[in-house]
Ligand binder design. Structure first.
Ligand SMILES: Nc1ncnc2c1ncn2[C@@H]1O[C@H](COP(=O)(O)OP(=O)(O)O)[C@@H](O)[C@H]1O
Ligand SMILES: CC(C)(COP(=O)(O)O)[C@@H](O)C(=O)NCCC(=O)O
Ligand SMILES: [K+]
Length: 263
């Protein structure tokens, strides 16, 4: 079994697939998958215990402590059998994506994997890839696989919780139900409306900027949305976006499929 792992700053997502299915299985079609909050990593060990895992490919943007926790988790889940963990890293070019960062290694490896996944799902068209997790990242990919660069802003939950944490009178909002009316008549709805507008507005501006750069190719631009807050933001975008769950894991699957090597 292959184990793909996406450790973000809030949640760990994983997928399991048979190595023999690489290159045959559709992207995102796995024999199992799941997610836990980072602090509940032990539950992941319980979930994958007993699986005959021969290879593990991990995207981790949650730091050195998470890396050590994943190593401990793998030992616990996989027992005494030493299974090599491969840490996915951004590089200048891989699986059809050319990394436009000045220092390619500086790009979050989850963003690089998401771009690879998006291109593998929607080849040959320009894409705007918005990943709405702890942070929201909005990345521009050309039809030929050139990643032009991107934006990073606080994610929806972080934006709302920073208001609650740093003001005397603003509460933590429990949800982001925002109707067509942007101007709310109560505090909860005003926070939800403002934070959603900031997220959707940033993605909308990025779409317009990418379209301007694409010139005659702009008509083919597709917007891809992923991450835990994608469903809350999607209805407020100026275009119909394609929502793709687990895009980072799909990218890791594409890396293994397209390169036959975990880099
Ligand atoms: N129902 C929801 N509505 C809005 N945002 C949500 C919802 N569920 C999760 N989120 C947001 O998604 C984030 C977790 O998504 P995820 O993509 O797993 O993040 P990460 O990859 O950074 O760990 C949380 O920080 C939270 O802000
Ligand atoms: C921007 C991020 C914090 C997003 O993390 P996430 O919201 O998925 O947990 C992560 O991709 C990261 O740490 N990036 C490194 C800097 C960069 O991409 O430029
Ligand atoms: K993100």
């Amino acid at each position: 079994m292959l184990l793909l792992v996406d450790a973000g700053n809030t949640r760990i997502k994983w997928a399991l697939m048979q190595p023999a299915r690489l290159g045959h299985a559709e992207l995102g079609h796995w024999s199992g998958y799941g997610s836990v909050r980072n602090e509940d990593i032990c539950q992941m060990a319980d979930a994958i215990k007993g699986e005959d895992i021969s290879r593990v490919l991990i995207s981790n943007v949650a730091g050195a402590e998470m890396r050590a926790a994943l190593e401990r988790m793998a030992l616990r889940a996989l027992g005494m059998k030493p299974v090599p963990l491969t840490w996915f890293a951004s590089q200048a070019e891989l699986a059809g994506v050319r990394n436009g960062y000045r220092d390619p290694a500086q790009l979050g490896c989850d963003r690089f994997a998401a771009l690879i996944g998006a291109r593998a799902l929607f080849p040959g068209v320009p894409l705007l890839v918005a990943t709405c997790g702890t942070a929201t990242t909005v990345d521009a990919l050309d039809a030929d696989g050139r990643f032009r660069g991107g934006m990073i802003l606080p994610g929806l939950g972080l934006m709302a919780s920073s208001l609650a944490r740093n003001t005397a009178q603003l509460p933590q909002v429990p949800q982001y139900n925002v109707g067509a009316q942007p101007f709310a008549d109560n505090t909860h709805d005003a926070i939800a409306s403002g934070c959603i507008a900031a997220q959707a507005g940033a993605i909308g501006r990025a779409l317009a900027a990418h379209a301007a750069l694409l010139e005659e190719d702009a008509g083919r631009l597709q917007c891809i949305l992923s991450g835990g807050a994608a469903g809350a933001i999607s209805p407020h975008l100026p275009v119909v976006a394609r929502q793709v769950d687990n895009l980072v894991l799909i990218g890791l699957q594409a890396v293994l499929t397209l390169t036959q090597s975990p880099c």
